[in-house]
Every structure is written in structure tokens, then in C-alpha cells.
Design a protein around this ligand. Sequence first.
Ligand code: 13P
Length: 253
Amino acid sequence: MTGSLRPLIAGNWKMNGSRATTRDLLAGLRAFLRESGPAGCDIVVCAPAPYLPLAADRLEGVSEIELGGQDCHTAVSGAHTGDVSAAMLLDVGCAYVIVGHSERRADHGEDSETVKAKGETAIASGLTAIVCIGETLEDRDAGRAVDVVGSQLDSSLPDGTDAANTVIAYEPVWAIGTGRTPNEAEIGEIHASIRARLLDRTEDGSGVRILYGGSVKPENAAAILSVPDVNGALVGGASLDATAFWSICQSCP
Ligand code: 13P
């Protein structure tokens, strides 16, 4: 059974913010932690790469909030101008890294083979990979969401995946930043299909957390997080507001 997995709420700040907002946002989360005590979930914030050292500094001694990168290269190091390696993320204090976000697949032409390689490098470097998959609206309208997500998972899943080193994030592309979400039955159908594939493909498939992402807000978080096999959320816009993000963290069943 997977009902007992500890939820994970990950904030993806995307290409937003500044030194000032990084400080303010983390001060806000620290204040909520002080006032209300730990939320019943693991928490990660994935800040833009230039702000990770500042974020690590601001989270010093705060064991309840981990840090994540938003991408890493497939290579360990070398001539890759503008890129960031998994080892660098680890070095500045990250425990997680997002790979294969649909915005990177679209903006940078990343295919699932590349995403798989990134995940494997991340894992080998000691990070937990948050591997993103999700269908387009065209796929959903054509009734092929389960198939598309399944084949993306098959080709993006790092070799050596286990419950400690990999998290799957199901993010329907059409739900990202739009205010629209699949209904609970639709989310449940996809998550159950991902779980079945994980059980088939990995030793540890029952322990791998499956996050939902796409327009998660304080208003819909409790309902989404109570869907079977939803083990947390990957939050974009609402993670830029400490009150909203904390409220989502507190919505875990
Ligand atoms: P929104 O929560 O803004 O829809 O973004 C979701 C997302 O892409 C998180 O990675």
C-alpha cells in the first residue's frame, strides 16, 4: 500500500525572484515553522540557480526545508557553457533537482532520453531527482493521456530508481499556470497508472512518491492531496507566496 508515504510539497520558483524576494520568502516560511511547528510533509524549495547559495544560507539550521535545483546537465562537468551540474547543486546545499519539466522540454527541446540521463547523473551525484511527465491538452482531448504519460515515464525513468533517489511529478502541461486542473478522478486515474508502472519497473515501486503539479493552490490542495496515490505536490505560482505555500503544506492528509 502507498497510502502511508510521507507527502512531499515542492515549490518550483521557476525564473522568478531576486535576492530580496528569496530572503523574504524564506523568512516567511521560517516564521510559519516557528509559529505552527513542522508541517506533516517534507518540504523542498527549488530556487533559481543564482539564488541557491543565498537560500542555503537562509535555511541554515532549518532541517524541515530542503533545497532543490530546477535542472542539471547530463554530464558531471566540462565544456557546457551556461549549464549547472548535479554536483554543483549538491555542493551548494541542494538535496533535490527537478529534471524534465515541461518548460525545459519545450524551451530547450529536451527529450525523455535526455531527461533519463539527467536523472541518472543527479542520482549518481547524491541528489533526489524529481522527474516530470505530463500530457498536452491535445493528448488529453484525444483520450490518450494515460498512454502518453506511461510512455514518457518508461523512457524518462532513471535506471536505478528507488524510493529514496527518485520522485515522479505528474504535471499536465495544460494545467500549468492556467488555473485549470484535471478533476480528482482524472488525477487518480493517471496516478494509479504511474504507480502500476513503477511497481512493474522498479523493486521499490510502492515507495516512490508521485506528486501532482499544475495550478495547485490553497483552495484545491486538500482535495488533490487526498486522491489515492497522490503523495504530494509540485507547486509553481503559489510557491512564490509564503502564506499560500505554507497553506498548501498544511493541506496534506
Ligand atoms: P503552477 O503551480 O504555477 O501551475 O506551476 C506548476 C509547475 O509547473 C510546477 O513545476
